[in-house]
Design a binder for this molecule. Structure first.
Ligand SMILES: Cc1cc2nc3c(=O)[nH]c(=O)nc-3n(C[C@H](O)[C@H](O)[C@H](O)COP(=O)(O)OP(=O)(O)OC[C@H]3O[C@@H](n4cnc5c(N)ncnc54)[C@H](O)[C@@H]3O)c2cc1C
Length: 460
């Protein structure tokens, strides 16, 4: 079966990969000149990479890890020590760690929490532990029910002191969805905590050893092509053209030189676009269908990814760090954490700036000035006093509509991969799968979508 897939982010590529494994012929059209969507990256004039986002892979990503295995590229994941490391704002330049010992889950998680005495008091740990019991006992069903509550409301419901937010969960909410705990659905935090506590290596983190388009997306494309599929860049879906019965007649795709467009026809059609551009392309005839109407409840959240190249080493920590600062979320010294970005003498800090709604429209210079001010608290040794480190260059990547904003109630708006249109399917992290807006969610959505396409073929 010939299947046209629009969008070469991880969801579109995963969908095409699993379609090709099932003996179908996927043809992928990507609007931009780079693979990967939200994992896209580019080289600057000096040959240094800069990325859409600082990306972390977790032990709790079974579909992603399986994909690496199937492609034979597992060694590209650089696993770090099993820890979570937080800056301590009240003691600038110092860190507090949750170290997970080599014990079965959930003992290793419990030991990590009990072993940290800087951030949570014993009564807070006990209240929080008791609050998590229903999530651990009832699993996903309970986690889904909690989608009606924000994380802060969930804490209040369980009489957990709100100081716990200040200490841990502002940082975790910003890391998971680029918003704070008053806004984020408690389903997001509970899903992550459940995976982290129930799987021994769930919270273990890995960095890719280089830029995602080359180190992850290209091997998927090679696999697709080796199985007879095709992948094209610079070719955007412009229109979903319908037959009289409302099913898809073809995708109108822009020509490579942007000189007009052409109709591409297939047996089945997949949108692997993010939800915001997909809504703009929805045919009028489909707008009354409930599945598409609900998409109005989903909208991308703004986020900014910052790269700072310094004239010296700022840290020797080979790990992701939770900044716990007002403007910044997580960060890492990529000159240590990522093989291809390695530099023995100078640091390249990659930092996620979130929440970004008040900053996304500001100039790069303003954003860098504010970031450097916050960094004085994270690196007082290098950025205050005499002999300060100097910033050699920077790059700011803004994504005004990134992953869908996971606010309370939005689980109900997420569509399935199959739709009421028999020859039209959806992939993308926003479609329904249990890993929310993440690389794992995108890969799983693509795999589920391929399975639905396959099923529709078997029914015929
Ligand atoms: C700053 C940042 C940090 C992140 N950190 C992490 C992390 O640490 N861990 C994690 O798991 N996840 C992280 N994520 C989330 C993760 O990147 C996404 O969930 C995932 O990559 C989304 O994949 P997708 O394929 O669903 O969508 P996308 O990657 O958005 O792919 C959609 C593709 O469709 C293309 N497209 C759009 N319009 C058209 C059109 N008309 N025709 C053809 N193509 C079109 C786009 O160009 C894009 O390539 C992060 C995201 C950001 C932005």
């Amino acid at each position: 079966m010939r299947v046209v897939v629009a969008g070469a982010g991880l969801a579109g590529l995963s969908c095409a990969k699993y379609l090709s494994d099932a003996g179908h012929t996927p043809i992928v059209f990507e609007a931009r000149d780079v693979l990967g969507g939200k994992v896209a990256a580019w080289k600057d004039e000096d040959g240094d990479w800069y990325e859409t986002g600082l990306h972390i892979f977790f032990g709790a990503y079974p579909n992603m890890l399986q994909l690496f295995g199937e492609l034979g590229i597992e060694e590209r994941l650089q696993w770090k020590s099993h820890s979570m490391i937080f800056n301590q704002p009240e003691e600038p330049g110092t860190y507090s760690r949750f170290d997970f010992p080599d014990l079965p889950a959930p003992l290793n998680g419990v030991a990590a929490i009990l072993g940290n005495n800087d951030m949570l008091s014993w009564p807070e740990k006990i209240a929080f532990g008791l609050g998590l019991v229903p999530a651990m006992l009832r699993g996903q069903e309970y986690v889904e029910e909690c989608d009606k509550l924000s994380w802060t409301d969930w804490l209040r419901l369980h009489n957990i002191p709100e100081r716990v937010n200040e200490e841990v969960f502002i940082a975790m909410s910003k890391a998971l969805n680029f918003i704070g705990p008053d806004e984020i659905s408690s389903t997001v935090l509970l899903t992550a905590l459940n995976r982290f506590l129930q799987e021994k290596n769930g919270s273990k983190m890995a960095f890719l050893d280089g830029a995602p388009p080359e180190r992850l997306c290209e091997p998927i494309v090679n696999h697709i092509q080796a199985h007879g599929g095709e992948v094209y860049l610079n070719r955007a879906l412009k229109e979903i053209v319908l037959k009289d019965d409302g099913s898809v007649d073809g995708f109108r795709i822009s020509k490579p030189d942007k000189q007009g467009s052409e109709m591409v026809q297939a047996d089945a059609y997949v949108s692997a676009l993010p939800v915001d551009p997909f809504k703009l392309l929805l045919p009028k005839q489909w707008k009354d269908l409930e599945i598409f109407q609900k998409l109005d409840g989903l909208r991308g959240v703004p986020v900014i990814n910052i790269h700072l190249w310094f004239d010296r080493k700022m840290t020797d920590i080979d790990h992701l760090l939770f900044s716990r600062s007002k403007l910044l979320s997580v960060y890492a010294d990529m000159s240590i954490t990522c093989k291809e970005y390695a530099d023995p003498d100078k640091s390249m800090l990659e930092l996620v700036f979130a929440p970004a709604k008040d900053w996304i429209g500001r100039s790069d210079e303003d954003i860098i000035m504010a970031t450097m001010e916050e960094l004085k608290n994270l690196f007082p040794m290098h950025l205050t006093g005499e002999n300060k480190a100097s910033l050699r260059k920077y790059k700011v990547v803004k994504t005004p509509l990134s992953v869908y904003k996971a606010v309370p109630g939005c689980q109900d708006y997420r569509p399935s991969q199959s739709t009421p249109i028999p020859n039209f399917f959806l992939a993308g992290d926003y479609t329904m799968q249990r890993y929310l807006a993440s690389m794992e969610g995108a890969v799983l959505s693509g795999k589920l979508c391929a399975a639905e396409v396959n099923l529709s073929h078997e029914k015929v």
